[in-house]
Design a protein around this ligand. Structure first.
Ligand code: ADP
Ligand code: MG
Ligand code: ZN
Length: 661
């Protein structure tokens, strides 16, 4: 409907140009110069003329008759005493009349047009350009710098049933929903509901989803804005946007105001590079002011989300602001199964697929990853023209989500293929022989992403705490690949970069963070926090150089003893190592079950299970997983949940190493 508005500026410009043209040609006035005028003056009879006199010029306009023809004229001559006398003489000859007009009122129309039109034109041009710049659409946007960019969803469809797992988190927010629905209940009791809720958790765990579900369940509008939306080229915009956002929210109360990625504005003030009073801090200050100014029980609940709670300004979390924290963590086995169920709702799955198994094989996956697995699986099924999604599709999908598509066309040389086979077999053997090590779920030598081969290792159960023995076993497992190369080829390749990176960081954390060395339970913080991530610039190490040496020694001794253990196991199990490596070389991919069978029976299948039984079984028999008895998380900093181990093998490097031999 408003489309014609878009043409308004163009129309306006056309009208102005047309009228200018009209005025300039009006009545065929003869514009004379001084010399011409002098010639005309000698012959013509002037009728009525008007003079407008300024300090420097005289402008004469009027009509004259020449050879019986009437003609309008206008002339400008310098304002001197002589000229003035001469002009009045000439004009008054033969009954001409003179009227004097005030130059300032002059030809009012012409003056106004002459001065205003260019301005208008420039103004319109600006308006036009700016509206184009701010993304087109309504031309009004050009002047909305200070308007918040919050998007409103008034009819949120997301409900609690769409958020799987997360039972504790849901419980936490139930009260808020209750309040938004019937605020009287709380006000009568004299209670006030928290104004701010901070959701903390790794990306893709469903923070945004949960916030939406709160709005959906309470049936209130959902305003969402990202922290980075406050930041703009122009100083002060952030602060005024915050003001505007709260004003809009107030008009629509009760409502949810969701600030995603709040760390973009909510970083610790005074930290990092540069001066202390930058745009971001003003924005943050305004946010704090608005939250304080918001009375109790106004019906607005501000929910903020971040995955970097460590860089947030402490003032944000003071009581009365974002004082309620909800930690949304990566889902455990049960949660993953629930999430898979939610996302499998509208997908045709082959009857053999067990989502429970799938959940067990995907520790460390976030909700978003799991949704992605099912989606990739569906895409593969479409690509293969199947009517249902099969287990193979989902297996491939998991690998894809973790590592990218397989590079089946990448060819190994014989030597490389053996090298990678032994490397991966080394990891697998350690996984089999050490009780505390991670289980190898799948090992393959098909390159994928930038990895030459890889190993999907999962912990025996989802854990919140890592015991020392487990960490040591993990380091030993990571060393398995490199050590196998050492033992078999008497030489090492650069293919183990990723293993080494991971095990180093585990060993360092054991000494520095978890206090698991002879240096005792003291934290020796890493001084290399990045200033660009909102850390203090001058944060030095808080221990002496002597201790630094001790730390290095401890780290080395941990890795060395793990390496010794690894060497010992692999030498003792050389036969198993050779067997797994040769099977890998032949089949390229082995599953957990096949590896276990290789260990127990020396072949890929279990001789005790007949062919028929095998066919009766699901394609993926349940993996031996101990029962879940996960301790409740405490307020202590928990060790980060480890992602499944992934090897990056740089094949070119490995090739170089080998050919040098
Ligand atoms: P975050 O905001 O924590 O980064 P999102 O809420 O945007 O993550 O989640 C991204 C997507 O992942 C969601 O749209 C949803 O499809 C899926 N997802 C994440 N967590 C869950 C969950 N608990 N239940 C169902 N789906 C989930
Ligand atoms: Mg989000
Ligand atoms: Zn490796």
């Amino acid at each position: 409907m408003k489309k014609w508005l878009n043409y308004l500026p163009t129309l306006f410009i056309i009208i102005i140009l047309a009228s200018l043209l009209l005025f300039s040609t009006q009545g065929s006035v003869r514009r004379l110069n001084y010399t011409d005028f002098q010639k005309v003056a000698q012959q013509a009879d002037f009728k009525e003329s008007s003079l407008s006199i300024s300090t420097t010029i005289i402008k004469a306009e009027g009509t004259y008759e020449l050879n019986g023809k009437k003609q309008s004229y206008s002339v400008i001559i310098p304002n001197t005493e002589e000229n003035m006398v001469w002009l009045t003489d000439v004009l008054e000859e033969d009954g001409g009349s003179i009227s004097i007009t005030d130059p300032s009122t002059g030809n009012l129309w012409m003056t106004i047009l002459g001065q205003i039109v260019p301005l208008l034109l420039i103004g319109f041009l600006f308006y036009f350009l700016l509206s184009k710049m701010s993304g087109g659409g309504s031309a009004n946007k050009a002047f909305e710098f200070s308007k918040s960019k919050a998007r409103m969803e008034s009819d949120v469809k997301v409900r609690f049933k769409d958020v799987a797992g997360c039972e504790e988190e849901k419980d936490e927010v139930k009260e808020i929903i209750d309040y938004l629905k019937t605020p009287q209940k709380f006000t009568q009791m004299g209670a006030h509901i928290p104004k701010g809720l901070l959701m903390v958790g790794p990306p893709g765990t469903g923070k945004t989803l949960l916030a939406k579900a709160v709005a959906g369940e309470a049936n209130v509008p959902f305003f969402s804005i990202s922290g980075s939306d406050f930041v703009e080229m122009f100083v002060g915009t952030g602060a005024s946007r915050v003001r505007d956002m709260f004003k809009t929210a107030q008009k629509n109360a009760p409502c949810i105001l969701f600030i995603d990625e709040i760390d973009a504005v909510g970083r610790q003030r005074g930290a990092g590079m540069g001066g202390g009073n930058d745009e971001r801090e003003q924005t943050l200050n305004q946010l704090l002011v608005e939250m304080d100014g918001m009375g109790d029980n106004t019906g607005i609940v501000v929910i903020a989300a971040t995955n970097r709670p460590d860089v947030l300004d402490p003032a944000l979390r003071r009581s009365g602001r974002f004082d309620r924290n909800i930690t949304v963590s990566l889902p455990d086995v049960k949660g993953r199964e629930e999430i898979l169920k939610v996302h499998a709702r509208n997908k045709p799955l082959a009857p053999t697929i067990s989502l429970e198994n799938l959940a067990k094989r995907t520790p460390g996956f976030s909700g978003a990853d799991l949704a992605n697995v099912l989606n990739e699986g569906a895409i593969l099924a479409v690509r293969n023209k199947q009517s249902k999604i099969t287990q193979e599709d989902l297996d491939e999908a998991i690998d894809r989500v973790m590592m990218g598509p397989a590079k089946k066309s990448k060819k190994y040389s014989e030597k490389d293929k053996w090298l990678v086979s032994y490397h991966e077999a080394g990891h697998a053997v350690i996984g089999l022989m050490l009780d505390d090590a991670k289980i190898v779920q799948k090992v393959t030598i098909i390159p994928r992403g930038d990895a030459g081969g890889y190993n999907l290792m999962t912990p025996k159960e989802d854990r919140y705490f890592h015991r020392k023995s487990e960490l040591l076993a993990e380091i030993t497992g990571l060393l398995g690949g490199r050590t196998a190369e050492e033992i078999v080829f008497g030489e090492i390749s650069a293919g183990a970069i990723n293993d080494i990176e991971q095990l180093t960081s585990i060993a360092k954390n054991m000494v520095r963070v978890y206090g698991m060395s002879s240096l005792g339970p003291i934290q020796y913080a890493d001084p290399s926090g990045n200033v660009f991530l909102g850390r203090d610039y001058n944060k030095g190490s808080d221990y002496s150089a002597g201790v630094a040496t001790e730390i290095d020694k401890e780290v080395r001794s941990i890795v060395d003893s793990c390496h010794d253990q690894c060497k010992q196991i692999l030498t003792e199990q050389r036969a198993l190592l050779d067997l797994i490596a040769s099977q890998l070389y032949e089949h390229e991919t082995l599953t957990n079950e096949e590896i276990t069978n290789l260990k127990n029976f020396g072949q890929l299948t279990d001789p005790n299970i007949s062919e028929e039984q095998l066919n009766d079984q699901n394609e993926m028999p349940p993996l031996p997983m101990p029962n879940q008895d996960v301790p409740a998380p405490t307020v202590d900093n928990e060790p980060p949940v480890q992602n499944p181990t992934v090897d990056h093998e740089t094949m070119d490097e490995a090739l170089n190493e080998l050919t040098k031999k």
